[in-house]
Design a protein around this ligand. Structure first.
Ligand code: ADP
Ligand code: MG
Length: 413
């Protein structure tokens, strides 16, 4: 089985440091690391003012970094070829291509917020799978955010409020410099998670609530399955779902679908008609109703999921995961064959619940399994993929890890 192992903090720190030494012939000021994340439940709810519930992974991106005299940025990554450098003043929206936009973009965004960030050089290494819906992009941004905060003495990493400001800078880097759209869940998970906890994010009021997440105490484990399916998140699909939700909310006279309580769902559905999207296309009423039903029921499932975790009834989240998957597959239509097969194979092998996670059309699935069945379930999913002639999926186990932090003080410590 293709198990994607998480490096220990020491191992990751040593790798990034060795990389830095090889690239720059010196020791870094330190090494910082930030986790990828997986969303337990609450999918396609962010742009509807809804709820989601990510946990941080033990899989992290490591950055060995030093401040330099010149106002320049020089970057290397073990995951990408070549050395990139630019004057700090030249970093900004539309000015940086490729992966350095996520890294240098954070320095730009902090500068925009009035923080004094000078030149730096850095070496990156990571065990967060790329493009698997586990947010290697936010892990990269967050690792730079916490490193720059520390090296330039911004003092933001010390508390949640400051970390919220770092997350905002990461979001700007991704949206404005890398030109990718992100709702902010990933950066909050990477910068604000606590070990043994999930983070309930409320996109209506911006609040964050730590929720206990201790599956081991219940004899359970969370298996993450990276389907390695090619990312097919056709921009048009995401934009169309979003526009449909916005048009439906407008029709119902509410700012977002969050305002539709589950109990009001039948009357809200009855009030919906065909909607016309800004691109001129028409979405028939029947389809609008299914999209709205997903969003409203999914937000309700996040609340039930949180209630189960909070009352120590971790097993009860299994059926909620199953229902979430069915809703995403049938009502929201964002699943794909690889995600459906991963979920079905996991359940057939004894998982208590399973669902796709992330935006869909590829990426990863998660399964709730008895701790002693992780290997059996992984093997069943692998066999189901190989039997269809698909590439082997990668598997990870997730426990709810801590947020971005410094992992090596300086040379040799
Ligand atoms: P995801 O966040 O789901 O993994 P994205 O497409 O949002 O997928 O982000 C992946 C991109 O982030 C990569 O194509 C690359 O540009 C950048 N990236 C992530 N991790 C690294 C890394 N370790 N080194 C260099 N670039 C990285
Ligand atoms: Mg990403």
């Amino acid at each position: 089985m293709n198990q994607v192992r998480a490096w220990t903090l020491d191992e990751g720190a040593e790798r990034a440091r060795a990389s830095y030494r090889a690239a720059f012939g010196a020791e870094p000021d330190g090494v910082w690391a930030a986790p990828g994340r997986v969303n337990l439940i609450g999918e396609h709810t962010d742009y509807n003012g809804g709820l989601c519930l990510p946990i941080a992974l033990a899989h992290r991106t490591y950055v060995a970094l030093s401040a330099v005299e010149a106002a320049d940025v020089t970057l290397v990554s073990r995951q990408e070829a070549g050395t990139w450098s630019a004057a700090l003043a030249d970093v900004g929206p539309g000015a940086v291509d490729g992966w350095p936009a996520y890294a240098a973009g954070v320095a730009w965004a902090l500068g925009q917020d009035g923080h004094a960030v000078g030149g730096f050089r850095a070496a990156v290494d990571s065990c967060v799978p790329y493009g698997a819906g586990l947010s290697s992009s936010a892990a990269l941004e967050s690792a730079f955010a916490i490193a720059l905060d520390d090296v330039f003495g911004l003092g933001l990493g010390a508390d949640d409020e400051g970390r919220q400001a770092l997350a905002a800078a990461c979001i700007r880097a991704e949206n404005e410099v890398a030109g990718a759209s992100t709702g902010g869940m990933d950066q909050a998970a990477s910068l604000l998670s606590r070990p043994g906890g999930a983070l309930l994010l409320d996109l209506r009021d911006g609040s964050r609530t730590p929720i206990p997440f201790d599956l081991a105490a219940a004899g359970l484990a969370l298996l993450v399955i990276d389907t390695r399916a090619p990312h097919r998140l056709v921009d048009g699909q995401y934009g169309q779902r979003r526009a449909t939700c916005e048009a439906a909310a407008a029709r119902l006279g509410v700012p977002t679908l969050r305002e539709v309580a589950p109990a009001e769902l039948p009357s809200a559905l009855a009030a919906l008609d065909d909607v016309r999207l800004p691109d001129g296309s028409t979405v028939p009423a029947e389809l609008v109703r299914r999209r709205v039903r997903h969003v409203v029921t999914e937000i309700g499932r996040v609340e039930e999921f949180v209630a189960a975790l909070t009352s120590g009834a971790a097993r009860d989240v299994g059926p909620l995961m199953d229902a979430s998957h069915a809703s995403l597959r049938d009502d929201y239509e964002v699943s794909c064959p690889e995600l459906d097969v991963a979920v079905e194979a996991a359940r057939a092998a004894g998982a208590l619940g399973a669902r796709m996670t992330g935006g869909g059309f590829g990426g990863s699935a998660i399964a709730l399994v008895a701790a002693d069945q992780v290997e059996d379930v992984s093997e069943s999913v692998r066999a189901a993929f190989v039997g269809r002639g698909w590439a082997e999926p990668g598997t990870l186990s997730a426990t709810g890890d801590g947020a971005a932090a410094r992992v090596l003080d300086d040379a040799g410590e």
